[in-house]
Design a protein around this ligand. Structure first.
Ligand code: FPP
Length: 239
């Protein structure tokens, strides 16, 4: 494992698939929600560490469009955790110059979550340090379909000429239009899957998979991932 070097390139954007909360809890004979609860602590640590090393964007996969299929009690626990996080942590987001943003089908979330998200987004809007992007009710295929639908409507109304469609104009219709593509994608808990996360945006991301469950993911785990990233030679299809 290559050691993290603060003088080498720092990924501008890190995206994380926070996996393994359920298994972490199972190993301890705890209910799954306790795994998510412990995972919220790792979110804070990841935020602190990204701020410390100078990452500009951190995107966290907190709730996928498929996660609605989970038992109602677990969905409720996750929404409760989100509400708690926003209530408790918005002051420290403001204090630490962190800007909160969201991607996903936010209108599917409970109204109270939508309201508190809106409040925290507005309260942190003027911040220009790290941008925390939380993916909620997010699915990359759904996002790509929505972008395509919007482009087709623009073509139909002649607002846009199909000949103008290119990588940039397509990306401008995604939820992530305002953010650069991730440089580094981390997945915890040892699964080798992308799970409908940022399919378009990770085209050239470096992928780091660790067996560590998300609730055990600490500062050093993040530094190890960045250290490994710093060893990679990114060629973007060139030589
Ligand atoms: C995957 O583990 C994790 C999730 C579906 C939820 C992630 C959410 C948090 C860490 C909560 C805090 C987030 C914020 C932004 C406040 P899993 O349940 O799929 O684990 P398993 O594969 O071991 O069952």
């Amino acid at each position: 494992m290559a050691a993290f070097d603060p003088d080498k390139e720092i990924p501008r954007h890190i995206a994380i698939i926070m996996d393994g909360n359920g298994r972490w809890a199972k190993e301890r004979d705890l209910p799954r929600r306790e795994g998510h609860h412990a995972g919220a602590e790792s979110v804070e640590i990841a935020l602190e560490t990204c701020g410390e090393i100078g990452v500009d964007y951190l995107t966290l996969y907190a709730f996928s469009s498929e996660n609605w299929k989970r038992p109602e009690a677990e969905v409720k626990a996750l929404m409760g955790l989100l509400a708690h996080f926003l209530k408790e942590k918005t002051p420290s987001l403001i204090e630490n110059n962190i800007r909160l943003q969201v991607i996903g089908q936010i209108d599917k979330l409970p109204k109270s979550n939508q309201k508190s998200l809106q409040k925290s987004i507005e309260a942190t809007d003027g911040n220009n340090g790290l941008t925390l992007v939380v993916a909620l009710s997010y699915g990359s295929r759904e996002e790509i379909l929505e972008a395509t639908r919007s482009l087709m409507e623009k073509a139909q109304s002649r607002e846009m000429d199909p000949a103008e469609l290119n990588v940039e104009s397509f990306a401008a219709h995604l939820n992530t239009a305002d953010f650069p593509d991730p440089d580094l994608l981390i997945r915890t808990s040892g699964e080798y899957r992308i799970s409908n996360f940022l399919l378009w945006q990770i085209s050239y991301a470096e992928i780091f998979i660790t067996k560590t469950f998300w609730p055990d993911f600490r500062r050093q785990n993040l530094l190890d991932a960045v250290g490994e990233y710093q060893q990679r030679q990114r060629r973007f299809g060139g030589v």
